[in-house]
Design a protein around this ligand. Structure first.
Ligand code: KG4
Ligand code: ZN
Length: 334
């Protein structure tokens, strides 16, 4: 039996996740235990709270993933785990669980980059087509990458300040929406109109970099000015205006990269790839310009372990193993 069955673990932020993945694309089980309810009252992820929750949940999540897939440790080929980037205390819980599991069951260990995971979430519905461009839009990252082949990553551009998801969450906080605010802004934007004329940061800039902190400040100013003039602030319209600006910058920057590099596929991934405005804008561009577009299913946009197993399959085939000296890394080049 040549099947490669991977047990993968992801604990870089506020989801404790374990999945069993066959041959890099078949999801036998995918367990995600979200901590959102515990972080809500703080308005964001509290690292120490996240670590403690990971400690409480990790064993349960691993056992549940094995049970749901109906797989025993003996049937596994390898254990994979997110090495970074992420919250160091959170990462270490997953890494130590992975090391213990690999030692106890005599399985090799593979260290996976979290952003590679987001990209490979697309492999769960179709093979990646190289060369490709990947736009990563998450709570911690905003990057455009070029991939010539599997596991080859060239960063073409990135945010110089806030990540897109971070900007979504901050604007949501200004509107007093619960954490994480991205999905709430998305919902409001769908019924609002783009009336606030927000700036399009860095669109004139001839690099592929992004900047989203100024957009948040612009929203603060609009709210402040409206209040001073005694005008009503319409949250739906703030949300729609913000989302329009974000989508405009993401699509125009990405289209410029697509003109420079001739590729076979554009991938959008990360938590903000779940956004309805982002999805529909890229879908319509793909139709009009005739390029191949891939966006993960909604549940594989936000953090999960299935995407980590998808990357690990190719690392396994390339004999790229780690060992028990593996350590977590707060920041790490892809
Ligand atoms: O990829 P992810 O789960 O975690 C990181 O690696 O950062 O992304 C989480 C981010 C949060 O900022 C969340 O607000 C955002 O993704 N997000 C959304 C939507 N769903 C999740 N942002 C906008 N619209 C959505 N529908
Ligand atoms: Zn992520």
């Amino acid at each position: 039996n040549d099947d490669v069955i991977i047990l993968s673990i992801e604990t870089s932020c506020d989801e404790t996740a374990c999945a069993i993945i066959k041959n890099g694309h078949e999801v036998m089980s995918n367990v995600v235990m979200s901590q959102i309810e515990s972080h809500k009252r703080f308005g964001g992820v509290v690292p120490e709270v996240a670590s403690r929750h990971h400690v409480e949940s990790i064993t349960i999540v691993i056992e549940e993933a094995l049970e749901k897939a109906d797989v025993t440790p003996k049937e596994l080929s390898v254990v994979a785990v997110t090495e970074g980037p992420g919250l160091i205390g959170a990462l270490l819980v997953g890494i130590n669980a992975a090391k213990a599991f690999s030692f106890a069951h005599d399985l090799p260990l593979i260290n996976v980059h979290h952003i590679a995971g987001h990209i490979y979430a697309n492999q769960l519905h179709q093979p990646l087509e190289f060369p490709l461009i990947a736009l990563i839009v998450s709570g911690g990252h905003t990057e455009i990458l070029y991939m010539e082949d599997h596991l080859s990553f060239e960063v073409l551009g990135e945010t110089r300040d806030d990540a897109v998801g971070e900007a979504y969450d901050k604007v949501a906080r200004l509107l007093e929406l619960p954490y994480p605010g991205g999905p709430h802004i998305d919902r409001l934007a769908q019924v609002g109109s783009d009336t606030y004329n927000l700036p399009r940061p860095y669109l004139e800039d001839d690099t592929n970099d992004f900047s989203f902190s100024g957009l948040k400040s612009a929203v603060i100013n609009k709210i402040h000015n409206a209040k001073q003039k005694g005008e009503e602030v319409i949250p739906e319209n703030i949300a729609a205006s913000f989302q329009e600006s974000v989508v405009d910058v993401l699509t125009k920057k990405t289209m410029r990269v697509l003109k420079e590099k001739s590729v076979n596929q554009l991938i959008i991934a990360g938590g903000v790839a779940a956004n309805s405005g982002v999805r529909s804008a890229f879908e319509s561009l793909s139709n009009t310009h005739g390029f191949e577009l891939s966006i993960p299913a909604l549940k594989y946009c936000t953090d999960n372990a299935a995407m980590i197993g998808a990357v690990a399959y190719h690392m396994y085939e390339a004999n790229m193993f780690s060992d028990l000296s593996l350590n977590g890394r707060n920041t790490i080049d892809i």
